[in-house]
Design a protein around this ligand. Structure first.
Ligand code: ATP
Ligand code: MG
Length: 332
C-alpha cells in the first residue's frame, strides 16, 4: 500500500528534520577559531594598509555555513586607483613571512584571491579585494536569518539536499548556495501569512552605496522577532512545500523570484525572455542588489533538466516516503 502524507501527518517528520538541522550547525568553538584567525589577519593587514578593513563574507558569516568550511574574507581598500594584483602579491608575501601555509596568489582568476591555510586553527581561507557587494548581501542573508528560525532550518536542509544530490555545483550548471538561500527566503516571504517580511520594501535603517548600486533596507531585525508567529507551519511542512513549489508550482517559462520585492516578477518586465550571451534564464532568481544579475544564469538546457528532476524526486519523497529524511539526502 502506498503511503501518502497529508498535511496532518507530515508533522511526524518534524523531529527527524530538526535533528538533521541541529547536526549541521557548526559548533561554537569553530566560530571562536574563525574569530581568532580574523584577528590575526586583521593585525597583519593593518600594518601594511592602515586604512583597509577586513570583512568575513559568504557562509562563514551569513549564518548558513556548514561545519568545517573554508572561510571567505574580503579586504576593502579605498585607495582610489587599486591595483589588485599588486596588493594580492604583497599580501601573499606578508602572509608567508608570518608563517601561514599554502599561500598562493591567484591574480588571474575571475575573482582574484590569495589562498592560505592557518596552521594554528587549521582553517583555510580565501582573501579577495573590494568585493563589497558580497559583504553586503552576506549581511542581508544574516539579517533575514535572525527573524525566524525556520529560515535557517529550511536553508540548511535545502543546502544539505543540494550538496548530497550534486546540484550545488555552479561549474556544472547547477545553483550556488547563495541562490538556494535566496530561494528559501523568497518561499518564506510568500507564505500566507508570511513567515518573513520583505526588508528592502520597508523604511531603510541601513544604506550603503557600492559600485553605483544603492543597497538599502530595514536592518533593525530585533524588532521583527515575532513577525512570522501567526504562521504555524513547521519545518517538515515547509520542506514539503518548498520542493512541491519548485517541482510543480513554479512557472519557469514566465517568472522570476525576487527577494528584493518579496514577490514574483514577470520575465518580460526584466527583459529576461531570451538568451543573451550565455544567460539563458531557464530558472530566474534575481539578485537582491545587482538586479540585472540572474543567479540562474549558470543553468543550461541540460542542467535545468537535472535540477527539475531533482526537485520532483524530492517532492515525491516528501509526498510518499515513510521516512523522507533518509531518502532525501541519499548521495547521488
Ligand atoms: P557554501 O556553504 O556552499 O560554501 P556560501 O554561502 O559560501 O556556501 P557561495 O555560493 O560559495 O555560498 O557564495 C559565497 C558568497 O559570495 C555569498 O554569500 C555571496 O555573498 C557571494 N556570492 C556568491 N555567488 C554570488 C553571485 N552569483 N552574485 C553575487 N554574490 C554572490
Ligand atoms: Mg563558500
Amino acid at each position: 500500500k502506498r503511503y501518502m502524507a497529508c498535511r496532518n501527518d507530515i508533522h511526524r517528520h518534524d523531529a527527524p528534520f530538526t535533528a538533521v538541522f541541529k547536526s549541521l550547525i557548526p559548533a561554537e568553538e569553530e566560530l571562536e577559531k574563525q574569530k581568532q584567525l580574523m584577528a590575526k589577519l586583521d593585525s597583519l593587514v593593518s600594518k601594511e594598509w592602515p586604512n583597509a578593513k577586513l570583512y568575513l563574507y559568504g557562509s562563514c558569516a551569513n549564518s548558513f555555513g556548514f561545519p568545517k568550511s573554508d572561510i571567505d574574507v574580503c579586504l576593502a581598500i579605498d585607495d582610489g586607483d587599486v591595483n589588485k594584483s599588486e596588493i594580492l602579491l604583497k599580501l601573499a608575501d606578508s602572509l608567508e613571512s608570518d608563517n601561514f601555509q599554502n599561500v598562493q596568489a591567484l591574480t588571474r582568476a575571475r575573482v582574484p584571491i590569495v589562498k592560505l591555510m592557518d596552521p594554528v586553527t587549521g582553517i583555510s581561507c580565501d582573501i579577495c579585494i573590494n568585493n563589497v557587494l558580497a559583504v553586503v548581501n552576506t549581511k542581508l542573508l544574516r539579517d533575514y536569518s535572525m527573524i525566524d528560525i525556520r529560515l535557517r532550518q529550511l536553508a540548511f536542509i535545502v543546502k544539505h539536499w543540494a550538496k548530497s544530490r550534486k546540484v550545488n555545483e555552479t561549474y556544472q550548471g547547477t545553483l550556488s548556495s547563495y541562490a538556494y538561500v535566496l530561494m528559501c527566503i523568497h518561499y518564506l516571504q510568500q507564505r500566507s501569512p508570511p513567515i518573513l517580511p520583505c526588508l528592502q520594501e520597508m523604511e531603510p535603517t541601513y544604506s550603503v552605496r557600492v559600485d553605483n548600486i544603492q543597497c538599502a533596507y530595514f536592518d533593525n531585525v530585533g524588532r521583527l522577532s515575532t513577525f512570522g508567529s501567526s504562521n504555524r507551519e513547521t519545518i517538515a511542512e515547509l520542506v514539503w512545500g518548498f520542493f512541491n513549489y519548485w517541482a510543480y508550482g513554479h512557472d519557469y517559462a514566465n517568472t522570476v523570484v525576487s527577494v528584493r520585492t518579496g514577490s514574483i516578477l514577470g520575465k518580460r518586465e526584466k527583459d529576461w525572455t531570451r538568451r543573451v550571451g550565455n544567460d539563458r534564464h531557464l530558472i530566474c532568481i534575481e539578485d537582491p542588489f545587482e538586479t540585472s544579475h540572474d543567479l540562474g544564469r549558470v543553468v543550461d538546457k541540460f542542467s535545468i533538466r537535472v535540477l527539475r528532476e531533482e526537485f520532483e524526486r524530492a517532492a515525491k519523497i516528501m509526498h510518499q516516503d515513510p521516512n523522507p529524511c533518509a531518502k532525501l539526502f541519499e548521495p547521488y
